[in-house]
Design a protein around this ligand. Structure first.
Ligand SMILES: NC(=O)c1ccc[n+]([C@@H]2O[C@H](COP(=O)([O-])OP(=O)(O)OC[C@H]3O[C@@H](n4cnc5c(N)ncnc54)[C@H](O)[C@@H]3O)[C@@H](O)[C@H]2O)c1
Length: 437
């Protein structure tokens, strides 16, 4: 099939590349000239495991190309995906200006039946708005359907190639057939393609992300309670996770959820609920807990240094909002850094992939280390904000040798309490007993 993908960010680039990988001819459109130039010249613009290889292969086979020209991009396409940003507006609701702007443009360019598929995360009612925006400029036949994307950054290619499910919101038989054919190679192992009405598809995406965010905030509150009651959240997690109804995944406490999706999607669902005269009380609490959790380590750090961080120097490992990505949108690490700087401390950071993105926004306010160990030199303590695999089994002797004191504040519970005790570290984590020197 001939496919256009409008918006070539995390979702658009993975979508376009993976559809090319199954033999389709894909044109990715983006307004960012620099991004399109880089991609056209074989330079990948995001870090996503496994993406580079299939990107290069499909570029070479000429199944994948990039343009800034929407007309050129969609001219031959039977299917047009919208993978455009839907950032929070001032009131927290999803801002649809990119999606509806492009829809209006598409209306001016259509001259034949096409299926327009919205992959962006959008509130209920958006498919209709997109249909209307196109219809203002085009009177022929077309379908607009909702096909929310569930890929996770860090495992996006795997998620896209083998989705747990594909959700498609449409009542058009013609579009349904196109979508069934398109997704057939991705669900050969029997994972479901679930057809439903548009509103339910649009809400499914928000409900999924909000439920996952709820799990995280719930466990973070359990962790806080563990600290007060002298319980160990790792034990509680294992105790409850072995119940099938609860499940083992997404029960790890930490320093809150970040990224480009959970914070904005939870907020947008609360906003949608308000507009429908419904007060989504659980999600209000989920957001409030998460807000506090991002800087949960700060009082612990302050208390260790007798409430005075002026002139203290910290090493911070992990900037991306989660491992295996360079995405720093709403990353808890940034909140910690800002809080430390606000207290008069200085910070040197290290992340395997996200350094450039952080440097772009934080400039010279912090220092950037070449390696995780360089980062530690003369620091008063190490803070861990992202659970990259390479941080899990570090050389503790080296850490102790480079830090001024053997002090670690771990926002991701990477290390075993008994081992840290034996190694003689002052070690504080989340929801577990602190090891004090
Ligand atoms: N990132 C994720 O993990 C993820 C997962 C599922 C769903 N989503 C949703 O998918 C959507 C896209 O997210 P993303 O993370 O890929 O965003 P992104 O910011 O990485 O990418 C969006 C791209 O759209 C481009 N763009 C903006 N206006 C344009 C226009 N008029 N024409 C062409 N291109 C334009 C931007 O230049 C950018 O490259 C959002 O609604 C998001 O909520 C994201």
């Amino acid at each position: 099939m001939k496919i256009a993908v409008v918006g070539t960010g995390y979702v658009g680039l993975v979508t376009g590349t993976c559809f090319a990988e199954t033999g389709n001819k894909v044109t990715c459109v983006d307004i960012d000239q620099e991004k399109v130039d880089k991609l056209s010249n074989g330079k990948i613009t995001i870090y996503e495991p496994g993406l580079e290889k299939i990107f290069q292969r499909n570029l070479k086979e000429e199944r994948l190309r990039f343009t800034t020209d929407l007309a050129d991009g969609i001219r031959d396409a039977e299917i047009v995906f919208l993978a455009l940003p839907t950032p929070p507006g001032e009131d927290g609701s999803a801002d649809l200006k990119y999606v509806l702007g492009v829809a209006g443009e598409i209306g001016k360019l259509l001259n034949d039946y096409k299926v327009i598929i919205n992959k962006s995360t959008v509130p209920v009612g958006t498919a209709k708005k997109v249909r209307d925006a196109i219809g203002q400029n085009y009177k022929g036949e077309y379908d607009v359907i909702s096909n929310p994307e569930f890929l996770r950054e860090g495992v996006a290619v795997e998620d896209f190639m083998k989705p747990d499910r594909v959700v498609i919101g449409t009542t058009s038989e013609r579009a349904r057939k196109v979508m069934s054919d398109l997704y057939a190679p991705f669900v050969r192992q029997g994972n479901p393609v679930i057809f439903m009405d548009e509103a339910s598809a649009e809400l499914t995406k928000y409900a999924a992300n909000s439920f996952l965010a709820t799990k995280i905030s719930f466990m973070n509150e359990v962790a806080r309670l563990c600290e007060k009651l002298g319980a160990d959240v790792d034990m509680v997690r294992r105790g409850i996770g072995s119940d099938d109804r609860i499940g083992k995944r997404f029960l790890f406490p930490g320093i809150g959820y970040g990224g480009s999706c959970f914070p904005k999607d939870v907020q947008a669902l609360v906003r949608s609920a308000h507009e429908a005269n419904y007060d989504f009380r659980i999600l209000e609490a989920v957001m409030a807990v998460n807000e506090d959790q991002k800087t949960f380590l700060i009082p612990k750090i302050k208390s260790h240094f007798e409430d005075n961080l002026i002139g203290k120097h910290f090493a911070l490992w992990g900037l991306a909002f989660k491992p295996n990505t360079d995405d720093i949108r709403e990353a808890p690490a940034l909140y910690i850094i800002k809080a430390l700087l606000g207290e008069g401390a200085t910070v040197t950071v290290f992340d395997p992939e996200a350094m450039d993105n952080v440097q772009r926004i934080m400039g010279t306010t912090i220092e950037y280390a070449e390696s995780q160990y360089d980062c530690l030199k003369d620091a008063d303590a190490l803070i861990i904000a992202t659970e990259w695999n390479e941080f899990r089994t570090p050389d503790f002797d080296k850490i102790a040798g480079l830090l001024k004191d053997s002090v670690i504040f771990d926002g991701r519970n990477l290390f075993d309490l008994g081992e840290m005790q034996k190694l003689g570290f002052h070690y504080e984590s989340i929801g577990r007993k602190p090891i004090t020197l």
